[in-house]
Write a new protein. Structure first.
Lengths: 165, 121
């Protein structure tokens, strides 16, 4: 029997792993609390983010596109990063013992640095500005469907592997 | 393209990721855990910034460092998708759909706003 997914909590970096601010604030009381993170966590995010960003930037520089062409570099890194994040987070959350640096390094760092939301939005904006609504709609739909499917697939792969054990 | 520029891409990319961690954490602590507002705030603010950089029409190494490295690493597609997928796993379909649609609609609007500001600066 597959166990139910643990209820996700949207804390520091969504699913960064490092405990954010301890107890949630009482209802009706909004407080800005800096996430508590030790130097090791921050260093892990930094190193992972540097590597993910390097890979994405290298791809973007190697394959420059125009406003009305399919943005393959962005599309590819986003789908790959979604698959990796789904894999890492499910594995680290549901399989492996708690680790202080794996999730910040691989999830928040590598996957967060590798994937990008802002570039995708500016690409969609340029497609719309160029009058290519079809490309804008196709790219948006393919990114969301592909990203969602990648997370779903990676999560399923990890959970199935555990059940067989 | 020099080694120094690529070293800069890495340092800035690392810093952008750490900034995302903090902004996300601060917003999440204020907004509660029911909806991934942290990622939403990160992504929308990043879309404004990248739109601004696009409007300023910077090119070459400046665009690579400020746009691709800094703002690109600050925003995230993977966490946005993960949080949406986890919401559907919890049968929170309305929230999942809202997370996708609001990010997309306001994301393009944020980028357009940033570009408009950048063009007029």
């Amino acid at each position: 029997m597959p166990e139910p997914a643990p209820s996700s909590t949207f804390t520091a970096s969504g699913l960064a792993g490092a405990s954010a601010s301890g107890a949630p604030p009482p209802p009706g009381m909004a407080r800005l609390v800096l996430p508590r993170a030790d130097g090791r966590t921050i260093a892990a995010i930094f190193v992972g983010g540097a590597l993910g960003t390097l890979a994405r930037a290298a791809l973007a520089e190697a394959f420059p596109g125009s406003a009305t062409s399919w943005p393959w570099p962005t599309f590819a890194v986003n789908i790959v990063a979604a698959f990796l994040l789904g894999y890492f987070v499910t594995r680290l959350q549901e399989r492996l013992p708690l680790s202080s640096y794996r999730r910040p390094l691989l999830g928040t760092g590598v996957c967060g640095g590798l994937s990008t939301f802002s570039t995708m939005q500016v690409e969609i904006l340029k497609m719309i500005s160029a009058g290519d609504w079809g490309l804008a709609a196709g790219y948006t739909a393919a990114s969301v469907a592909g990203g969602y499917a990648a997370i779903h697939l990676a999560t399923g792969l990890v959970r199935r592997a555990r059940v067989r054990r | 393209m020099s080694v120094l520029v690529w070293a800069g891409v890495m340092v800035i990319g690392g810093a952008g990721s750490v900034l995302r961690f903090y902004v996300d954490g601060i917003v999440a602590s204020a907004s509660g855990r029911d909806f991934p507002y942290g990622t939403l705030v990160v992504n929308l603010s990043g879309a404004v910034l990248l739109g601004l950089i696009t409007g300023l029409a910077v090119t070459g190494d400046t665009a690579l460092l400020a746009g691709t490295a800094a703002v690109g690493s600050y925003t995230t597609f993977s966490t946005w998708m993960l949080e949406s997928q986890r919401l559907t796993e919890e049968r929170q379909y309305r929230k999942a759909l809202l997370n996708v649609v609001v990010s997309l609609v306001f994301g393009v609007a944020a980028a357009a706003l940033g570009r408009l500001i950048g063009v007029h600066l």
